[in-house]
Design a protein around this ligand. Structure first.
Ligand code: AMP
Length: 113
C-alpha cells in the first residue's frame, strides 16, 4: 500500500533499525520504545489488521511468533520473560493499519488491565 508507513519501511523508503528480515517478515525497533527491547515484527505483505486476516495467512501469523521467540533469545530477554501484543482497532490503540506484533521486554511490566 503506497500510503502505509510500514510498507515504506519494508521497501526501504523510510529508515528503520532492522533486526531481522526474511521472505515473509521484517522486524525493526519501535521508534518510541515502551521497554528496553521493543521490536515490531511485521508481515512483508500488507494486511490491515487482525480483522482482515484470511485463512491463508495462518502460517504467516505463526511465523511472526516464531520470529518473536527467536528475537527474544537474540535480545537476551527470553529467560526473564517478554510480552507479545497485537493491537487491533481503536480501543486497543492500533495506530498503524498494517498488522504487527510488538515484542517487549527487558524490564518487569505491569499487569494488563
Ligand atoms: P500500534 O499502536 O499497535 O499500531 O503500534 C504502532 C507502533 O509503530 C507504535 O509503537 C509506534 O511507535 C511505531 N512506529 C510508528 N512509526 C514508526 C517508524 N517510522 N519506525 C518505527 N516504529 C514506528
Amino acid at each position: 500500500m503506497s500510503d502505509c508507513i510500514f510498507c515504506k519501511i519494508i521497501k526501504g523508503d523510510i529508515p528503520s533499525t532492522n533486526v531481522f528480515r526474511d521472505e515473509q517478515v521484517t522486524a525493526f525497533r519501535d521508534i518510541h520504545p515502551a521497554a528496553p527491547t521493543h521490536i515490531l515484527i511485521v508481515p512483508n505483505k500488507h494486511i490491515d489488521g487482525v480483522d482482515t486476516l484470511a485463512g491463508e495467512d495462518e502460517p504467516l501469523i505463526g511465523h511472526l511468533f516464531s520470529v518473536a521467540k527467536q528475537l527474544a533469545v537474540q535480545e537476551g530477554i527470553a529467560e526473564k520473560g517478554y510480552r507479545l501484543i497485537i493491537n487491533t482497532g481503536e480501543h486497543a490503540g492500533q495506530t498503524v493499519n498494517h498488522v504487527h506484533l510488538h515484542l517487549l521486554g527487558g524490564k518487569p511490566m505491569q499487569l494488563m488491565g
